[in-house]
Each structure stands twice: as structure tokens, then as C-alpha cells.
Design a protein around this ligand. Structure first.
Ligand code: NAD
Length: 172
């Protein structure tokens, strides 16, 4: 059983890593394909980090959480303008998969239309672990580091990610 887990991971946080851990354990998946969605996006308030940066953060976080990287594929995928054929497009780019692991209503809908099994992971403290909330904390100067593994926080600091987010959030 190989599952697809799609996200923007802007940035990846404990909620995302917990989903992967759950999928490879209780969820019953042997392997998970982590799709870095909206790979073309970066340097905006909603999508501050590049696909490559998100890739690196995901690898660091998975390692720190003790997740076996031999069971995880990471594939950056740019968006396309046609939702109707998006799953077909993923079939073109990804290794074969059996199911999608998602709670995103659009993602669930599109995979169902192609006949895939949909597995909804549990919510891991959604009130706390949310990338929107995390970016707000970065903008306001709150404790965003509590929401990500230490190695991810260190990476964001090394690329001066908070400064970037604040700069792109400024009006002219
Ligand atoms: P996201 O990073 O916000 O979330 C990814 C997943 O993690 C979601 O399923 C979400 O429910 C889950 N999650 C987040 N916090 C959690 C927590 N605390 N506990 C449990 N689960 C948690 O990403 P997203 O915006 O859902 O990503 C969807 C991606 O798919 C986007 O990049 C979007 O552009 C892409 N997409 C593209 C097309 C297209 O190109 N036509 C169509 C559909 C979707």
C-alpha cells in the first residue's frame, strides 16, 4: 500500500510530520509519497518558501521525528490550471499509488472522481499545528519555533525565512 500525501508545507510543521508517521504506522501504509504542491510558488505571504527549501525542511523534520526515509518519496509538483485532470497529471509524475491521505476537500473530491481510496488522517492538534497560524506567528514575532522540529527551525533561521516573510508582507 502506497499513499499520496499532498500539501504546500509552507512550512512543514508537527501536524504534517505526525500525519506521515501515522500513515506509516496505524494508517497501514508501507510507503508514503509526500507531494510538495504549488512547487512553482515562493516569496509570497501564503507561500514564502521555495520547493527546494520545503524539500530540505521535510527531510530534516522526518529524520528528527525518527521516520524511516526509505519508506518516503518526496516529489515537488507545480500546480496546473485544470483541476479536472490534476490526478491524471499526478499519475504521470509520481510512482504508482493506491490511495490518497488527505482532509483537503478539493484534493479528496478530485481523487474520488478518479476512483482512488481516500484515507482521512486524524487531526493532530489542528488549533495549534497550522501553517497559516505559524506564518502569522512569524509575522507578529510569536513562538513559531514551538510548532516545528528543531532542525526545521534552524533551517528557517539559516535562510532568514522570517525576514523574507516580513519583507514580502510589506505593502509599497
Ligand atoms: P497544507 O500544507 O495546508 O496541508 C496539507 C495536508 O496536511 C492537508 O491534508 C491538511 O489537512 C493536513 N494537515 C495540516 N495540518 C494538520 C494537522 N495539524 N493535523 C492533521 N492534518 C493536518 O496544503 P494544502 O493547501 O492542503 O495542499 C494542497 C496542494 O494541492 C496545494 O499545493 C494545491 O495547489 C494542490 N492542488 C493543485 C491542484 C491543481 O494543480 N490543479 C488541484 C488541487 C490541489
Amino acid at each position: 500500500m502506497r499513499g499520496v500525501f499532498v500539501g504546500r508545507f509552507q512550512p512543514p510543521h508537527f501536524g504534517h510530520f505526525s500525519v506521515v508517521k501515522w500513515a506509516l504506522g496505524e494508517g497501514g501504509f508501507e510507503e508514503v509519497i509526500v507531494v510538495i504542491g504549488s512547487a512553482q510558488e515562493s516569496h509570497t505571504v501564503r507561500n514564502p518558501f521555495t520547493a527546494g527549501e520545503r524539500f530540505e525542511m521535510i527531510v530534516r523534520g522526518l529524520r528528527e521525528m525518527g521516520i524511516d526515509l526509505r519508506r518516503v518519496f518526496i516529489v515537488p509538483v507545480s500546480d496546473i490550471a485544470m483541476n479536472h485532470v490534476w490526478v491524471r497529471y499526478l499519475e504521470l509524475l509520481l510512482p504508482r499509488f493506491d490511495a490518497v491521505i488527505s482532509r483537503n476537500p478539493l484534493v479528496v473530491r478530485l481523487f474520488r472522481e478518479y476512483g482512488y481510496r481516500v484515507v482521512m488522517p486524524p487531526l493532530f492538534n489542528r488549533g495549534l499545528y497550522s501553517a497559516t497560524r505559524l506564518r502569522e506567528l512569524m509575522l507578529r514575532g510569536g513562538d513559531w519555533k514551538a510548532l516545528v522540529p528543531r532542525s526545521v527551525a534552524e533551517f528557517i533561521e539559516s535562510i532568514r525565512g522570517v525576514e523574507r516573510l516580513r519583507e514580502v508582507a510589506l505593502g509599497d
